[in-house]
Each structure stands twice: as structure tokens, then as C-alpha cells.
Design a binder for this molecule. Structure first.
Ligand code: ASP
Length: 364
């Protein structure tokens, strides 16, 4: 780093430090981490994505093209009901997707929200970045833009997702006219409801827990150039038009080519209220390690969680995860509720590593 750019870095770091306050004993001394080797990280559902992105970066692809190609594998997967094709729909049974991309070297971003009928929203977000003067397109405008760029429309609701949605709708209330099929046989549907239903002590249904999902993926090449993407079908059975954290730059993802990258999965509303990915990167800029930065943003979420979303011990009753990577390749996954894993591909291959957890779910 030249003296001039080093001075710029230190000035930016001290402005950020002053704005955000000290975070740990190590914080306050900004050190620009040196670039290391190729690394790609993602949420736990992204092992194929990190592998693909790593292979592409290894042969010279831009990390942004690589992570977008990686997450396309998950967007295509009908068995992942939190992303792309086969994603769980909104409360009216329509799949609405959110996605964003961010390119470290240019600090440019692109995003789409509430996009219907296009299975690769991260690719549309990439076109927003490259082929428009805008950062975020939503709804009908995003769909028009996707069509203009040759994306094909299709129904993204699989039979499996439709049946899960229909059962949710039919069992939400006893006061409406929708009745569940007593002969419902599809094992995946029953298992889905079993997993996500919280029972009271007498065995009756207390509450249905909305499943979360999403894929975030960040990649760094040997020169230390960083890019990232987050893509999702969002909160299952959401109010139509609801936009989560995933397509919001600074919330669902953020990267700074001098520092590192951060992205999220889990309850978007909690992240949106704290802009955690931006905060995570700024904390790393101040000197926090990826894990320290991740734990600090989780603690901020805990502090700002409203009472109705806390359990009897005062802890947030929802899931939220962050995936952080520093320019020098140090990385971490952090989670409100462990156990939870994240995927990493580097020179040692592809594997799942444990996220550092703030709280641990009771077994069983
Ligand atoms: N973060 C996503 C959202 O709030 C959902 C998720 O990760 O499950 O839309």
C-alpha cells in the first residue's frame, strides 16, 4: 500500500472508529490486512456454491462472477425451499425473490426485491449493477428489467412448495373456510410441519415457527479482491411486497475491498434494524477479527430486540447468522442460536465449519 493510500485508509478507519465507538480491546488500531489465498465462504446450504466459486476464481474469474455462478446451483435446487426455484411463497402462494451483489474492487452494488418468475435473481442483480445506473429495482420494474435482459419467466412454485404453503394456509386458523386434507400423504409436508411447530405442554399447537433459509456467498481471490452475493425467497408466507434484508446493501451483505465482507441469513427484520453487514465490515476495519465483529453485531441485535420476540429468558426467539471474511482470508460464521455451520472452500477443499454461537439450542 502506498503512503498516500495508507494515510487514506487510516483516516477512513479513524473516522469510522470515532463514529462507531470502540468494540473490543483489540479495536481502535486499524491494520489493512494483507491479501492471502483464494477463499470462498457461504451459509451451510452453500457447499456446492463455494466449491464452484473457488474453481472459477482459481482459473481467473472475477470473484463476483464466481459467487453468482456458485449460488445459481442453490437457486436451481428445488429441494432448497429458501432460495430461487422451489422457494416457499408469500401468503398468497406466489414466490417473490430478493437478491443482491456487491463488487469490492469498484464498490458497486446491484439488487432486486420482490421479483417474481425469474429463478436466478442474483444474476438479475448483477445486471442491475453492470447494465443500469441504479442499485435496487423492485417488483414489476425488476421483472421488466430481467425480461429486457433475456431472462425467461417461469412458475417457481414446485408441487412440494405449493403443498407446504397450502397446508400452512389451511391450518392457520379455525375461523376461516380452508380445511386441511386429512389424507395428506407427502412425507416432506408432514416433516416440514413437525419441524416447525412449537407444541405446548398438552401437545396442542402453540405456534408455527417460520422457517428461514437464504444463501449468502463471499469470495476473495489471491490478489485480495472481494465480492459477495445474497439470494433468497425470503420469509416463508410473508405479506406480499415484504422485502427482507437480503437485497439491502449493508444489511444482507456488504463488502469493502480494503477490509473484507459480511453477509447474513435469518430474520431479516432484526438485521435491517441494525444494518449488521455494514457494521460487521466497519468493525473489522477498526481491527476486530471476523469472529469478534460477528459477535458484536449479534449483541447489538440482542440489545435492540423487542419484547414480543424474546423467549422467557429474554433471548431473541429467532435465528440470525452472519458470515464474515477479512481481506487476509481470516473468516468466521456466527449465529444467535447454535449449533449452526457455514461452508468454506480454500486450498484444503470444501468443508462445513462450526459457527460461533451466542446461545445454544437445547438438544432434542
Ligand atoms: N434473511 C431472509 C429474509 O429475511 C430470510 C432468511 O434468511 O431465511 O428475507
Amino acid at each position: 500500500m502506498s503512503d498516500v493510500s495508507r494515510r487514506g485508509f487510516m483516516q477512513a478507519a479513524s473516522v469510522a472508529a470515532a463514529a462507531m465507538g470502540a468494540v473490543s480491546a483489540k479495536a481502535g488500531v486499524a491494520v489493512a490486512p494483507a491479501a492471502g489465498k483464494i477463499k470462498v465462504i457461504s451459509s451451510s446450504n452453500g457447499a456446492e456454491a463455494t466449491r464452484k466459486a473457488y474453481e472459477m476464481i482459481a482459473v481467473g474469474s472475477d470473484p463476483l462472477d464466481a459467487v453468482v455462478a456458485g449460488v445459481a446451483i442453490v437457486e436451481d435446487d428445488p429441494n432448497d425451499t429458501s432460495v430461487g426455484y422451489g422457494g416457499l411463497p408469500n401468503e398468497r402462494g406466489i414466490v417473490e425473490l430478493d437478491a443482491a451483489v456487491m463488487h469490492g474492487p469498484t464498490h458497486h452494488a446491484g439488487a432486486v426485491a420482490s421479483l417474481q418468475n425469474i429463478r436466478h435473481p442474483a444474476q438479475v442483480a448483477l445486471q442491475v449493477l453492470r447494465r443500469s445506473d441504479h442499485v435496487l429495482l423492485v417488483g414489476a420494474g425488476a421483472l421488466d428489467f430481467a425480461r429486457a435482459h433475456g431472462f425467461q419467466e417461469e412458475n417457481l412454485l414446485t408441487e412440494h412448495s405449493r403443498k407446504i404453503w397450502l397446508r400452512w394456509k389451511e391450518t392457520m386458523s379455525e375461523k376461516d373456510d380452508w380445511l386441511p386434507d386429512p389424507n395428506e400423504k407427502e412425507p416432506g409436508v408432514a416433516a416440514f410441519f413437525e419441524k416447525n411447530t412449537i407444541l405446548s405442554s398438552d401437545g396442542s399447537r402453540l405456534r408455527f415457527r417460520r422457517p428461514t433459509g437464504t444463501i449468502h456467498c463471499s469470495g476473495i481471490n489471491a490478489a485480495g479482491d472481494i465480492s459477495c452475493t445474497t439470494t433468497t425467497s425470503g420469509l416463508a408466507f410473508k405479506i406480499p411486497g415484504r422485502v427482507g434484508d437480503s437485497p439491502i446493501i449493508g444489511a444482507g451483505l456488504y463488502c469493502d475491498n480494503e477490509v473484507g465482507s459480511c453477509g447474513s441469513t435469518g430474520r431479516g427484520e432484526a438485521n435491517l434494524q441494525n444494518l449488521c453487514s455494514f457494521a460487521g465490515v466497519e468493525l473489522m476495519r477498526q481491527g476486530a477479527s471476523p469472529e469478534e465483529a460477528g459477535m458484536e453485531i449479534l449483541n447489538r441485535v440482542v440489545k435492540t430486540t423487542e419484547t414480543r420476540l424474546r423467549d422467557q429468558d429474554g433471548r431473541p426467539d429467532f435465528g440470525l447468522n452472519f458470515y464474515l471474511i477479512a481481506k487476509d482470508g481470516r473468516h468466521a460464521g456466527v449465529t444467535l442460536w447454535g449449533p449452526e455451520k457455514y461452508s468454506i472452500t480454500d486450498e484444503n477443499g470444501t468443508r462445513l465449519e462450526e459457527c460461533r454461537a451466542l446461545f445454544t439450542k437445547p438438544k432434542g
